[in-house]
Design a protein around this ligand. Structure first.
Ligand code: 2AM
Length: 178
């Protein structure tokens, strides 16, 4: 397969404009200009990272996504944190909704039939706010961002001279809530 047909892909929750605005506001208030802020249009929550994928792998991943049956849910982004190893500051959810857990597990089940290796680290729902954050940001008060999640996306990571750009390629709706 020619290298040009491979794509760097991941499944993610893709925020709409108002959620994006809310997350960006938390980033500005809590971190200011610390590290390398993620551009607002790139903010997302990764569900499963696939890596470099060939066309057959992408087709298989899309079939796996279409087979997942999980309900819509509300995700409360109320937890600010920092990963020492990857030096990222993030906004996450203190409580992992059951539906989100089911969604991620459902994707992994389908993807295992496509030959993708299963992620060993436990899932931590987080939106990366800034990279190259060298020390733990100080604790601040902020208003949690309530996010009604009604679908998920397959996203391509595209390297560009100006920096990475994330392009949603396909979207699947979740089932009506409760
Ligand atoms: P991060 O924000 O915590 O770094 C695109 O690179 C997305 O996939 C990012 O949100 C990134 O998470 C996530 N991701 C998960 N595992 C990854 C890996 N092994 N390499 C690159 N990105 C990964």
């Amino acid at each position: 397969v020619p290298e040009t047909q491979r794509q760097r892909l991941f499944f993610a929750l893709w925020p709409d404009a108002s959620i994006r605005e809310g997350i960006g506001a938390v980033r500005r208030n809590a971190l200011g200009g610390v590290g390398r802020p993620i551009r607002p249009e790139n903010l997302h929550l990764t569900l499963v990272f696939l890596g470099e994928v060939e066309p057959e792998g992408r087709m298989c991943a899309e079939a796996a996504a279409a087979a997942v049956r999980a309900p819509a849910f509300e995700l409360r982004l109320d937890d600010l944190g920092w990963f020492r190893r990857s030096q990222i500051a993030w906004l996450g959810a203190a409580h992992l909704p059951r539906a989100l857990e089911d969604l991620v597990n459902g994707l992994h089940d389908g993807l295992s039939h496509c030959g993708f290796p299963r992620e060993e680290r436990p899932f931590k729902a987080h939106v990366t706010l800034a990279r190259k954050v060298r020390s733990a940001p100080s604790v601040v008060d902020f208003a949690p961002v309530p996010w009604l999640v009604q679908g998920f996306a397959l996203v391509e990571s595209i390297a560009q001279p100006q920096g990475v750009r994330y392009a949603p390629l396909a979207h699947w709706p979740l089932l009506p809530e409760g």
